[in-house]
Design a protein around this ligand. Sequence first.
Ligand SMILES: [Zn+2]
Length: 415
Amino acid sequence: LLLLSHAAQLLTLAGPDRARRGKELTDLGVIRDGAVLVNGERIVAAGPTDVVTRGLSTSVDEIDCRGMLITPGLVDSHTHLVFAGARLDDFERRLAGATYEEIARSGGGIRSSVERLCNATDESLTRHAERWMAEARRWGTTTIEVKSGYGLRLDHELRMLAAAETAGKTTGLKVIRTFLGAHTIPSEYDGARQRYVDELIDNMLPEVAKRRASEFCDVFCDRTAFTIEEAEKILRAAASCGLKLKIHADQLSRTGAAALGIGVGATSVDHLDHADASDFAALAASSTVATLLPGANFFMGSTYPAAREMIAAGVAVALATDFNPGTCPMIGLPLVMSLACTQMRMTPAEVWAAVTLNGAAALALAHECGSLTNGKRADLAVFNADDFRAVPYFAGANLCRFVIVGGKLLQTLDN
Ligand SMILES: [Zn+2]
């Protein structure tokens, strides 16, 4: 048995194991002088320390969390964490005024990441994934979604998914893999995009599913990527292979991808920078989670999604990093929480629900993690703060002391 006791605040997020909406988002189940009791990989009790420890024998490993904040481990439900090399030249060019198209023409953009990925060894991909998962963990992340999408060929896509899986084992993080073969049209299919859609549907998806190489399938549906019609075909094919669905939706323009996501039963629709009130109404009436990625808006200087309007409409809003080498090289969820508060006017309580239980729901894991209640996996994060509002408030500072994943203490920091 492992006991974490006497936390200044414990956020349980106790309640139904599903995404929170509207006013529910602010109900974090805050307990003062809180404790969590863990048996093996499961939580057996969470509540006030005097209640949790009543009648407890002395054979307990105890971690005194006085002055600390205990929360559910953070869930980062949208990353492109496996890549081969930062795009520093693109970064500098964009700051000097180059457009996305100009950068792509001069050899940058997604296609440069594809070229580098295809030339990288399995070992270097795995090492990169381990490095950045360890970094995510340092900021409090315990579950992380990782997409493929820089291979665009079955063998390279599988190498990316394998690197994510291996890195999850070495870092101890819970990894959820997403096949994003439909990230962009590979250069060898220029002028023959239909052939690539066929390749995805007829060969890549069935093989990924057969090998159980991913849990989700995602499609980048936008004016520079796949059309609504193509995205629908790909997502329906993925569903028939048994994969759960996600979609990059309405990021650069409103294409109707959010509505498509709801129509095909996607677990989440992500970005939504250009989604409108009719999309919010449809999302509110569905079980699809809206995952907002304000780190990408910050890094690109683009318009933030209308989080307040979505929450008022009753949309289940989650937050994730979108960690990737092009549009958001930001790995820590606490900074994303700060951006969500200051740039989208979400409240500190709302952003906590959005990176815990709603992040879990965005991965169809709300029954397993995202809150601290009996029977759930013991995934938790401990911060050097006595009030949950301090984490988004100290923007850019890392207050996380350690995380526990599946009952295992993974690291301790001196801060
Ligand atoms: Zn993305």
